[in-house]
Write a protein that binds this ligand. Structure first.
Ligand code: ZN
Ligand code: ZN
Length: 389
């Protein structure tokens, strides 16, 4: 174990190259080609083209044992980078604002380290997934046969986490990321003079009431012990200050750590829209889209992740892992994989950086080595289980 090293300088270079060349969901062509080329160089035979740009490589020890899947996401976001680092995005309006450049790099590092020091039995599938950001790339990979082509006992995911001490790892059993729905609402009323509101049907005031009342869904309609959130992020209405508009457009998202609560929020918002429509004589169209399931960590897989984090802590020192980390109301399409297979999604601290999706965000290269070694230790931990699943 001591002899094993992670080439941190090489991986930081690689990460910065990926950062400089971000690609949006399902368009990760350069990234995907670079990943496949690197895997071939390491001696793997990568499977390409799954969910368009997805790449999967397998390390097969040839000895019966657990098969595990380690997953990284590859896509960037439609954000204009504000940072001025030499490796800042070369593509206007596109940026690695969620650190998927770092995730891809850490998994490539793990593919190298595990090639040099493979687990004693079983198989490790390295999954490089497209379109985590709003494209449900994980579901598309599953639909295109991910688990048939690469039979697997456990799935593991890893995301960097701003605000958590750099390199500190965290996991929890049960829900770790929220399930969610996006919604778009169109309110159509009747325009009128600002001084004669009674001659029209004002969609703006009704929209404002909707935004307010929707908060009562969380406050009064769902179990207060289960975290949930309703956020309106778009409210677009009117053109000038003395005309009441004809239409209002609202959009936002519902999140909860429990699928039942998520359903209640969705039904509640629909009912609220129906009620306001009836009460005020407007037409309200609601469109729910982009459902993401709750990301639920399975208990035994979580124990394996905890065991690996503990072993890593003993080997490397540094910030002690948080074995019962606070869940987040952000969403993650890894939840689709955990609907099919037991597994665990973990966090690695990105330090006091800007938040995920911020135009100033950057992945902290100093955490790459720990991320690589987590994957490596986890693969060995899974192989060392007394009973294969
Ligand atoms: Zn993100
Ligand atoms: Zn992300």
């Amino acid at each position: 174990m001591e002899a094993l090293t992670v080439d941190a300088a090489f991986l930081a270079e690689l990460r910065r190259d990926l950062h400089a060349h971000p690609e949006l969901r399902f368009e990760e062509h350069r990234t995907s080609a670079l990943v496949a080329e690197h895997l071939r160089h390491l001696g793997y035979t990568p499977h390409t083209g799954l969910a368009r740009t997805g790449v999967v490589a397998t390390l097969d020890t040839g000895i019966a044992g657990p098969a595990i899947m380690l997953r990284a996401d590859m896509d960037a976001l439609p954000v204009s980078e504000a940072g001025q680092a030499p490796w800042a995005s070369c593509t206007p309006g596109v940026m690695h604002a969620c650190g998927h450049d770092g995730h891809t790099t850490m998994l490539l590092g793990a593919a190298a380290l595990l090639k040099a020091d493979p687990p004693p039995r079983g198989r490790v599938h390295f999954v490089f997934q497209p379109a985590e950001e709003g494209g449900a790339g994980a579901q598309v990979m599953i639909d295109e046969g991910l688990f048939d082509l690469f039979p697997t006992d456990y799935c593991f995911g890893l995301h960097n986490w701003p605000g958590l001490e750099a390199g500190r790892m965290g996991v929890r059993s049960g829900p770790i990321m929220a399930g969610g729905w996006r919604f778009a609402i169109q309110i159509t009323g009747k325009g009128s003079h600002a001084a004669q509101p009674h001659l029209g049907t004002d969609p703006l005031t009704i929209g404002a009431a909707l935004v307010q009342e929707a908060q009562l869904l969380v406050a009064r309609r769902t179990d207060p012990t289960i975290p949930a959130v309703v956020s309106f992020c778009v409210f677009d209405a009117g053109t000038t200050d003395n005309i009441l508009p004809e239409t209002a457009r609202l959009a936002g998202t519902l999140r909860a750590l429990d699928p039942v609560v998520l359903d209640e929020l969705k039904d509640g918002l629909q009912r609220l829209c129906n009620g306001l429509q009836m009460a005020h004589g407007v037409n309200i169209q609601v469109n729910f889209h982009q459902p993401y399931p709750v990301t639920v960590n399975e208990h035994h897989a979580t124990q394996l992740a905890r065991k690996a984090m503990h072993a890593l802590d003993v080997q490397m020192g540094g910030p002690a892992p948080d074995m019962d980390i606070t869940p987040s109301l952000a969403s993650e399409d890894f939840g689709f994989m955990l609907q099919k297979k037991p597994g665990a999604y973990a966090m690695i601290g990105n330090g006091e950086s800007y938040k995920l999706h911020s135009p100033d965000y950057d992945f902290d290269d100093s955490i790459i080595t720990r991320g690589v070694r987590y994957w490596h230790t986890l693969a060995h931990t899974c192989a060392a289980q007394e009973h294969a699943p």
